[in-house]
Design a binder for this molecule. Structure first.
Ligand code: ADP
Ligand code: MG
Length: 392
């Protein structure tokens, strides 16, 4: 999805008020009735209709008709706009550059602050695949089902932010978290190649053990990454050191299936090293011994036990257990459904579809992961584009 940043500058303050009203209304309404938008915005009816027309032209809202009434819903573009505007008002982000990654559930952009320092903006897109499938199985969203894609994407970003902060503060090799708004996380740009793109390393054994050590270090702090694979491990261009990214699926070592998640992370690394580097080792961490800290080891010291359980620290940081649970269930369900999902490319935005179907049609669910362009030929392009590019 393109972030049409040039448009972003030309949203008037009144249009912004209307857009915010649509966002607020969508907390309780799948489809926000125009009358409610008028009421929330506190503006005149005629003005609001004109503003909604303008916002719809720019794809910040979409007009939807259902059986009962006409209304509007916020689009991803509108939600992106609101998040970026918030970041820019706070002064953490100033301009948008190139897109460097498209995941199934996120878009990654190079952005910059007012001094042209590059950063990464991750926009979570949990509604990219249809919600209908999971709704059929179970009502995960409860009363919030109306805002499911917004809500789940925001939860993913908030969770990622909470974990990234705690990990960074405790010296783990993760990007420095900078700011968070709605479904987005702003973080340090790591000049690196994803492990996936690396065909040769000078010492596979050394990298292998540093990655296994990281898994163990996570576990000793009460955490399991949960998606520890060649896509989510970046190798610094300068030093060859690994940096771990992508945290929405992290779980505590107290989780019922902790051992299973732990083994999956370990297995991902073993399999990748076997296939890519023909490297195999009999040494790999086991869950039980990883979580049983020995006397005198890091994290086992008297008095810092509390502090060291980072799962506890994250829980205390305000990310509610119930929300974690909901996100986790969603993610697990989506994993299971990955292959069965079909895209809905032909459905009309402005048709009389139920809202969830309209949302599904918004995203191309067949989108492939594109590798980030970090090779020499594209080096620095993000920054150039940012410098030339669109200010918010
Ligand atoms: P997803 O949830 O879609 O997998 P990720 O957080 O794993 O999203 O990011 C997708 C890709 O974007 C990564 O594989 C990486 O190449 C790039 N990327 C993400 N964060 C950063 C960062 N902080 N610095 C540099 N590249 C990044
Ligand atoms: Mg990833």
């Amino acid at each position: 999805m393109k972030l049409d940043a040039t448009d972003l500058r030309y949203v008037s303050s009144e249009e912004f008020r209307v857009l915010t009203a649509v966002e607020m209304g969508s907390k309780n309404h799948e489809l926000v009735p125009t009358a409610l938008i008028v009421q929330i915005s506190g503006l005149r009816n005629g003005g609001v209709n004109k503003d909604l027309g303008e916002l719809a032209k720019r794809n910040l809202v979409a007009r939807v008709r259902n059986a009962k009434y006409d209304g509007y819903r916020l689009t991803y573009g509108g939600y992106d706009y609101l998040a970026m505007r918030a970041l820019s008002k706070r002064g953490t982000m100033h301009s948008v550059g190139n897109q460097i990654g498209v995941g199934k559930e996120s878009d990654i952009y190079i952005v910059a602050d007012s001094e042209a320092n590059e950063m990464v903006l991750k926009l979570h897109r949990l509604g990219r695949v249809s919600f209908r499938a999971i709704k059929e199985k179970r009502d995960y969203m409860g009363k919030r089902k109306s805002a499911s894609w917004m809500y789940m994407s925001r939860l993913a970003a908030q969770k990622e932010w909470a974990f990234m902060k705690v990990l960074y503060e405790h010296g783990f090799p993760v990007p420095r978290p900078i700011d968070q708004s709605r479904h987005t996380v702003l973080m340090e740009f790591i000049d690196a190649y994803p492990l996936r793109q690396i065909s040769e390393v000078s010492s596979p054994g050394k990298l292998y053990s540093s990655l296994m050590d990281l898994i163990v270090r996570f576990a000793r702090s009460g955490l399991i990454h949960g998606d520890f694979n060649e896509f989510n491990i970046l190798i610094r261009r300068s030093t060859g050191e690994p940096v771990v990214i992508d945290f929405p699926q992290m779980v505590s070592t107290s989780h019922t299936n902790a051992e299973w998640y732990f083994n999956r992370d370990v297995e991902c690394i073993r399999t990748f090293f076997r296939r890519r580097f023909r490297y195999e080792s009999n040494l790999y961490p086991r869950f039980r011994s990883a979580i049983n800290r020995k006397e005198g080891e890091e994290g086992a010291k008297e008095g810092d036990g509390e502090d060291f359980r980072l799962d506890v620290v994250v829980a205390a940081s305000g990310f509610k257990h119930s929300e974690q649970k909901m996100l986790e269930e969603y993610m697990e369900t989506m994993k299971g459904d990955e292959d069965q999902e079909s895209p809905h490319p032909d459905e009309e935005e402005d048709g009389d579809l139920p809202d969830d179907e309209a949302i599904a049609s918004e995203r191309d669910v067949t989108q492939e992961r594109v590798g980030p362009k970090l090779d020499a030929s594209t080096e620095g392009r993000g920054l150039e584009a940012t410098a030339r590019g669109s200010n918010l």
